[in-house]
Design a protein around this ligand. Sequence first.
Ligand code: ATP
Ligand code: MG
Length: 286
Amino acid sequence: MPPMIRLAIQKSGRLSEDSLNLIRECGISFVSSSYKLKTEATNFPLEILFLRDDDIPGYVQDGVADLGIVGQNVLVEAGFPDLEVEKLGFSKCRLSLAILRSEGYQSVADLQGKNIATSYPQILGRYLAGEGVQANLHTISGSVEIAPSIGLADAICDIVSSGSTLLGNGLREVETVFRSEAVLIANRQLSAEKQELLEQLLFRMQSVRRARRNKYILLNAPVASLAAVKALLPGIKSPTVTPLAEEGWVSVQSVVNEDDFWHITGQLKAVGAEGILVLPIEKMIA
Ligand code: ATP
Ligand code: MG
């Protein structure tokens, strides 16, 4: 049997779509359907398992799955932070402490002796210990936000992304306890063959992520502006410059970082660039 690597991803939830998209953008094809819990890729020795996200760290730790994609919040809470191989840049969120809006709050010391409801007792316990605060933690697995308003707890510690759920439950965020994003995790005793497959997969994931952060840019500029244009577009090595059929003009091609993109295009226009085209990059190989 040729080696095959087994990757566990979330079956249905906030990690699922981005996990599937990342695998597909790595050029890996597979058929998935909502009722299947397992599928095999058709063009890469990869098997995908669809699980509850809470089960993924344990399965990878035990070697039931070789790899997994999971939030750092779940990974660290499960007690296996060392399994992390690579940050994936999606499902960014934070674990925060929140209290009723009507309550006063000066500092985390105000939580001394209070009852706090959370699904993250390990992460929260470590945070509070670090702050020298002793509180009573009540572990509940869902609907944590309603605990204060029904008198179950004085405060909660839960996932926040926009804060609208907190607001809707009369809560306000007072401390950030932990920042999280999706990560690729791997069992630590992979065979040499599986390690090689992991490296291939990682190389593809890094190329996809690098491409997402960059844009390909093409423009026309008068030769007289070329020095100014080049200074704005350093490119990977240096920009490609080709003459246009029209005398005195060149076409310039380069790569720009998405964060700098609007700023740079504005400056390019100011130095005389015209016909600026910006294209997505599919893969960017280091
Ligand atoms: P499961 O049924 O698999 O146990 P779940 O209900 O525990 O799913 P989801 O709500 O789908 O989990 O969230 C999965 C992960 O996505 C979280 O552990 C966290 O890392 C991340 N996440 C959660 N909420 C948000 C959010 N609002 N924005 C971005 N990422 C989030
Ligand atoms: Mg879960």
